[in-house]
Design a protein around this ligand. Structure first.
Ligand SMILES: [Zn+2]
Length: 113
Protein backbone atom coordinates (compact mmCIF):
# COMPACT_ATOMS: atom_id res chain seq x y z
CA UNK A 1 0.00 0.00 0.00
CA UNK A 2 1.56 3.25 -1.13
CA UNK A 3 0.32 5.23 1.85
CA UNK A 4 2.15 2.98 4.31
CA UNK A 5 5.36 3.43 2.32
CA UNK A 6 4.90 7.19 2.29
CA UNK A 7 4.30 7.29 6.07
CA UNK A 8 7.37 5.13 6.62
CA UNK A 9 9.54 7.38 4.46
CA UNK A 10 8.16 10.53 6.12
CA UNK A 11 8.85 9.09 9.59
CA UNK A 12 12.41 8.20 8.63
CA UNK A 13 13.17 11.67 7.26
CA UNK A 14 11.83 13.59 10.25
CA UNK A 15 12.37 16.41 11.12
CA UNK A 16 13.07 17.06 7.43
CA UNK A 17 10.40 16.88 4.80
CA UNK A 18 10.38 13.75 2.70
CA UNK A 19 9.41 13.71 -0.93
CA UNK A 20 8.55 11.11 -3.49
CA UNK A 21 6.47 10.33 -6.52
CA UNK A 22 3.17 8.56 -6.79
CA UNK A 23 3.38 6.23 -9.75
CA UNK A 24 1.28 3.83 -11.71
CA UNK A 25 3.04 0.73 -12.95
CA UNK A 26 1.43 -2.38 -14.40
CA UNK A 27 -1.90 -1.21 -13.08
CA UNK A 28 -0.64 -0.77 -9.52
CA UNK A 29 -0.29 2.49 -7.63
CA UNK A 30 2.98 2.75 -5.76
CA UNK A 31 5.10 5.23 -3.83
CA UNK A 32 8.58 5.99 -5.19
CA UNK A 33 10.79 7.62 -2.53
CA UNK A 34 13.10 10.39 -3.76
CA UNK A 35 15.86 12.36 -2.16
CA UNK A 36 15.01 15.86 -1.00
CA UNK A 37 17.75 18.21 -2.21
CA UNK A 38 16.21 21.41 -0.86
CA UNK A 39 19.44 22.09 1.06
CA UNK A 40 21.27 22.50 -2.27
CA UNK A 41 18.89 25.18 -3.38
CA UNK A 42 18.69 27.05 -0.09
CA UNK A 43 14.93 26.72 0.11
CA UNK A 44 12.95 25.70 3.13
CA UNK A 45 10.62 23.07 1.76
CA UNK A 46 11.51 20.36 -0.72
CA UNK A 47 13.12 19.79 -4.09
CA UNK A 48 13.06 16.33 -5.65
CA UNK A 49 16.50 15.12 -6.72
CA UNK A 50 16.29 15.31 -10.55
CA UNK A 51 18.19 12.02 -11.00
CA UNK A 52 15.63 10.23 -8.83
CA UNK A 53 12.83 11.70 -10.88
CA UNK A 54 14.53 10.64 -14.15
CA UNK A 55 15.11 7.07 -12.95
CA UNK A 56 11.52 6.85 -11.80
CA UNK A 57 10.21 8.17 -15.10
CA UNK A 58 12.19 5.53 -16.98
CA UNK A 59 11.06 2.73 -14.68
CA UNK A 60 7.30 3.10 -14.38
CA UNK A 61 4.36 3.52 -16.70
CA UNK A 62 3.27 6.89 -15.40
CA UNK A 63 3.96 9.48 -12.71
CA UNK A 64 0.60 10.55 -11.34
CA UNK A 65 1.45 12.70 -8.36
CA UNK A 66 3.98 14.37 -6.12
CA UNK A 67 4.14 13.38 -2.47
CA UNK A 68 5.83 15.30 0.32
CA UNK A 69 5.53 15.50 4.06
CA UNK A 70 5.09 18.20 6.62
CA UNK A 71 6.65 16.75 9.76
CA UNK A 72 4.90 19.25 11.99
CA UNK A 73 1.22 19.35 12.55
CA UNK A 74 0.28 21.94 9.98
CA UNK A 75 -1.57 20.11 7.28
CA UNK A 76 -1.69 23.02 4.91
CA UNK A 77 -0.13 23.42 1.52
CA UNK A 78 2.33 26.29 1.48
CA UNK A 79 2.16 28.93 -1.28
CA UNK A 80 5.31 27.30 -2.74
CA UNK A 81 3.58 23.89 -2.77
CA UNK A 82 0.59 25.33 -4.62
CA UNK A 83 2.82 27.07 -7.14
CA UNK A 84 4.77 23.85 -7.81
CA UNK A 85 1.54 21.92 -8.15
CA UNK A 86 0.31 24.29 -10.83
CA UNK A 87 3.67 24.40 -12.58
CA UNK A 88 4.06 20.62 -12.70
CA UNK A 89 0.38 19.99 -13.46
CA UNK A 90 0.34 16.99 -11.15
CA UNK A 91 -1.75 16.19 -8.10
CA UNK A 92 0.11 17.15 -4.90
CA UNK A 93 -0.14 14.96 -1.82
CA UNK A 94 0.74 16.07 1.68
CA UNK A 95 1.60 13.40 4.22
CA UNK A 96 1.79 13.75 7.97
CA UNK A 97 3.52 10.79 9.59
CA UNK A 98 2.41 11.77 13.09
CA UNK A 99 -1.29 11.93 12.45
CA UNK A 100 -1.19 9.39 9.59
CA UNK A 101 -3.16 11.68 7.40
CA UNK A 102 -2.89 12.45 3.71
CA UNK A 103 -4.53 15.29 1.83
CA UNK A 104 -4.12 16.44 -1.74
CA UNK A 105 -4.70 19.33 -4.10
CA UNK A 106 -5.09 19.36 -7.84
CA UNK A 107 -3.48 21.91 -10.14
CA UNK A 108 -5.66 24.86 -10.96
CA UNK A 109 -6.66 24.74 -14.56
CA UNK A 110 -6.08 28.09 -16.14
CA UNK A 111 -8.81 29.19 -18.49
CA UNK A 112 -6.83 30.04 -21.57
CA UNK A 113 -9.81 30.07 -23.92
ZN1 LIG B 1 4.93 21.62 1.71
Amino acid sequence: MWKEKAFEHATKEQPLECCGLLVKDKGEIDYWPCRNVAFKHDVANFVIEPDDWAICEDSVDEIIGIVHSHPEFNMEFSPADKASCNALELRFYLVNPNTKSIIYIDPEISNVN
